[in-house]
Design a protein around this ligand. Structure first.
Ligand code: NAI
Ligand code: SF4
Length: 443
């Protein structure tokens, strides 16, 4: 399909793929750290107000308004305050933050410096998933450059304000991307999520107020001060300012990471010449997961929806972490769900019963159905197990300590709601109707 999607000037991805884009020299030539200079001349409260006006929402998955989160940090607390950057990107289908870390880490570092100054933070930890060896090397090199250039250290750009930034690598556990598990891990403990509230903004790292922001969220901050908050807000919808990165994978002709307008629809992302360029010849879309594997799946007739938090909420799914997974008509939905369920069962930390017991139970039932051993009643039992972990809808009100429980249950509910006939066919025919080649997008 020829391009009809709204054209945007890329912000986050503008320099990706250009020579030496990850260096301080390249970033400065593009106006890098000018936003920090501006911010350092403002009152911290005015910086937070600007971020509120920009309508920037968290890009890690939950879409919480960034300025509002910053404003929850108590101003009069005698305790130190911390900024923790969540770079544990592990949600299946999500692979955008790594490009910021590899190709333009200074954009995130500038966001860190602006946020830290606004929040009265003197120590920031950048927490990267263990597997991110190369992104970690690039990011550490950028941190070293920033220290040498006086961006971090005793006096940030000559101002009487000290900021230190440390890179920490996780050990490859998905759960450490949950913000409170991440804080536990930073404290040197096992990555077990904490009950919320209290939220980290009030009781976070070492019991002190801590803002946890995603890599892309912080990389979006400099643009707010370069363009002005109103201009940034106007790029998006009433409730979601700016542009966003989405990761397109599955059966499409041109998978990849694309920076899109908040008005871009799933259908445009998949079919437009600027993005996915449609499906391979002879294939049709069967289903799309719009926001990382925890987001409820949509059917082929539901793709005319903007990839924005509120628009996808209306469809009872989530914009989440921007991982768009396309499944074609050769994909077995039972096997796909089994694949997703195995992931959550494997990554459950085991702290609370519905998640610890329910996630492997889902996996066992799905395997049984996929292998042709399913019995009448198994589908209801599967639905029951998922409901015990988290009911559907509403989204986000599960029976567990952290959102991994919701993430494990929501796919089950949505697959059963939209593709129940496939589950029934497996049980009726005592086999997978997709035969020997059922893997489709979920190989
Ligand atoms: P959440 O909705 O509990 O919280 C969102 C953020 O807002 C948190 O930082 C929380 O501390 C803050 N917050 C919310 N209410 C607050 C209040 N009253 N006071 C102070 N702070 C408040 O969601 P959560 O658990 O942080 O994230 C879940 C999402 O993460 C999922 O929807 C999923 O899409 C995404 N995710 C992303 C991954 C990735 O690799 N990017 C991996 C796994 C999940
Ligand atoms: Fe651990 Fe699952 Fe409970 Fe989260 S929901 S704390 S991952 S057992």
């Amino acid at each position: 399909m020829a391009s009809t999607a709204k054209t945007i000037e890329p912000i986050i991805s503008a320099a990706w793929g250009k020579p030496q884009s990850w260096t301080l020299d390249s970033y400065r030539k593009r106006g890098g750290y000018e936003a920090l200079k501006k911010a350092l001349q403002m009152e911290p409260a005015a910086i937070i107000d600007e971020v509120k006006k920009s309508n920037l929402r968290g890009r890690g998955g939950a879409g919480f308004p960034t300025g509002l989160k910053w404003s929850f940090v108590p101003k009069d607390s005698p305790k130190p305050k911390y900024l923790a950057v969540n770079g544990d990107e592990s949600e299946p289908g999500t692979f955008k933050d790594r490009y910021i870390l590899e190709d333009d880490p200074h954009m995130m570092l500038e966001g860190i410096a602006i946020a830290s100054y606004a929040l009265g933070v003197h120590t920031c930890y950048v927490y990267l998933r263990g597997e991110f060896k190369f992104p970690a090397e690039r990011t550490q090199a950028a941190i070293d450059e920033a220290y040498k250039a006086g961006i971090f250290g005793k006096k940030v750009l000559g101002k009487d304000y000290e900021l230190n930034c440390y890179l920490v690598r996780g050990a490859g556990a998905y759960i450490c991307g949950e913000e409170t598990a991440l804080l536990e891990s930073l404290e040197g403990k096992k990555g077990w999520p904490r009950l919320k509230p209290p939220f980290p903004a009030v009781v976070g790292l070492f019991g002190c107020p801590t803002v946890v922001n995603n890599v892309e969220t912080l990389a979006s901050v400099p643009a707010i001060f370069q363009q002005g908050a109103e201009a940034y807000a106007k790029l998006g919808t009433d409730k979601s300012g700016g542009t966003r990165l989405v990761c397109l994978s599955g059966t499409v002709n041109r998978p990849g990471v694309y920076e899109v307008s908040m008005f871009t629809t799933l259908s445009e992302l998949i079919f437009d010449d600027k993005y996915g360029r449609g499906m391979p010849a002879g294939r049709k879309v069967k289903a799309v997961i719009p926001g990382g594997s925890s987001a409820p799946v949509l059917g082929a007739d539901e793709l005319d929806v903007a990839m924005e938090f509120e628009a996808l909420k209306v469809k009872q799914t989530m914009a989440g972490s921007g991982g768009v997974i396309v499944m074609d008509d050769t994909t077995c939905m039972v096997r796909s769900l089994w694949r997703v369920a195995r992931f959550y069962a494997e990554e459950s930390c085991g702290q609370c019963t519905p998640c610890r017991e329910g996630t492997p139970w889902q996996t066992r039932l799905l395997r049984k159905i996929e292998e042709g051993r399913g019995e009448p009643g198994d589908i209801d039992m599967l639905s029951n197990v998922a409901s015990s972990i988290a009911p559907y809808p509403p989204i986000g009100l599960g029976n567990t300590i952290c959102a991994l429980g919701d993430a494990a249950a929501l796919p089950t509910h949505s697959f059963l709601m939209r593709f129940r006939d496939e589950f029934e066919a497996h049980i009726r025919e005592h086999r997978c109707p997709f035969g020997d080649k059922p893997w489709g997008s979920f190989g």
